[in-house]
Design a protein around this ligand. Sequence first.
Ligand code: FAD
Length: 457
Amino acid sequence: MNVSVVLFTSDLRLHDHPPLRAAGDGNGQIVPLFVRDRAVDTAGFAVPNRLAFLADCLRDLDGALRERGGRLIVRSGDLVEQVCRVVTEADADEVHMASEASAHAHRRERRLRRALEAQGCRLHVHDTVTTVVAPGGVTPASSDHFAVFTPYFRQWSGQHLRGVLGAPRVVRVPDGVTSEPLPSRADLRGLSEGLAPGGEAAGRRRLSHWLRGGVAAYEDRHDDLAADATSRLSPHLHFGTLSPVEVVHRARAAGGPGAEAFVRQVAWRDFHRQVLAARPDAAHRDYRTRGDHWRSEQEAEADVAAWKEGRTGYPVIDAAMRQLRHEGWMHNRARLLTASFLTKTLYVDWRVGARHFLDLLVDGDLANNQLNWQWVAGTGTDTRPNRVLNPLIQAKRYDPDGGYVRRWVPELAGLDVPAVHEPWRLTGLERAEIDYPDPIVDLAAGLRRFREARERA
Ligand code: FAD
């Protein structure tokens, strides 16, 4: 009987899963395998919040496989070695997995292909599992990737999407292939208190709920910080508990301007992946250098510490940084503001901020995180690289009633606008009653430093 290994990576689901469908087509046996890749751990990506979400995902996947007569096999170590070992144990003929954009994923795929070939086993790598349109699936006439989102999105929108695949009804796993115990969230320390639960079932529930309700108002409300009116699907898209192709099909079926605006955001995910696939170095180096001599974390130690702790004296920035620590997630507008504040107002290297985000974000994702940081720092794909977001103006626009600040900065919970955004306006006596720092930087001075640095470059 034909035996296939399905190697799960960032696609921890059974619905709309092309590798699983391809492996199951022959009606043979399947080994559903997840390898906790040592290289991912040593590269600093295994942080508590994402490990907890991952543990939920693996348990959920195992449960869903058991309902179908199967189970999940979990191994840890060098991914290539582990896959080859399982192939031998199961006497498998082929391995199916999803394509991914990073340099690490490309190297891993090449090594795995060579090692499997030496064993007489074929590797099948499937596109449109972790993206809607594969990197390189649409390209401009003169380059291997798009460097500007709007023309990318125009072509992306015109692509014909494959249909959504159902989950398999039965999964037959060969006997005798052993698994390590599944990891558990309970074994982890240092988690954000408000961390969302992971797993395909939770992701599907959230998507259905979102498409029935919130998405209709998305266009008008997605930037409203206090309303919290975005989908919060990012960790599910990151771990692949939801298929981006299915998300787009279902959002388009829901229809309306809210759904259209939402699909546009999902396209940003693909956009960053096609940039990273073409320029893998952009994960760590400027995509477009502007000659910056950023301040390092050591040079700006006190400023960086205040930023990380949410004690900059700018309430909207502090609210956002505290949300990040508490939930392992942050609203997109807040990500823009805090990243602009660190890179442009404090003139600190974007890599310092990107690292901190990756340490905490449950959706922390190499392509989305690094390239969004570069976008904000003006070293990426923003066509206006010198724009600086003023936290006061932004706070008044996107948190007009101060509800977001009051939620996350309890010291200021008793204040109304405008004081909640500008506590330094209070009288000396009122100010003395609040344990909240003075601003660590003068916005005008920060702006001058940034402009002068860019002019010198
Ligand atoms: P929604 O507004 O509901 O959008 C739907 C989906 O579209 C998101 O789940 C996400 O997958 C995608 N999306 C939305 N905005 C963007 C964007 N700007 N770029 C790429 N994809 C987008 N997103 C991550 O998934 N992981 C990260 O590590 C990450 N780091 C970021 C760092 C900075 C400095 C900035 C400015 C943005 C970052 N983003 C990142 C993008 C964006 O902020 C989040 O995807 C979004 O806030 C997630 O919330 P949501 O699911 O409610 O989004």
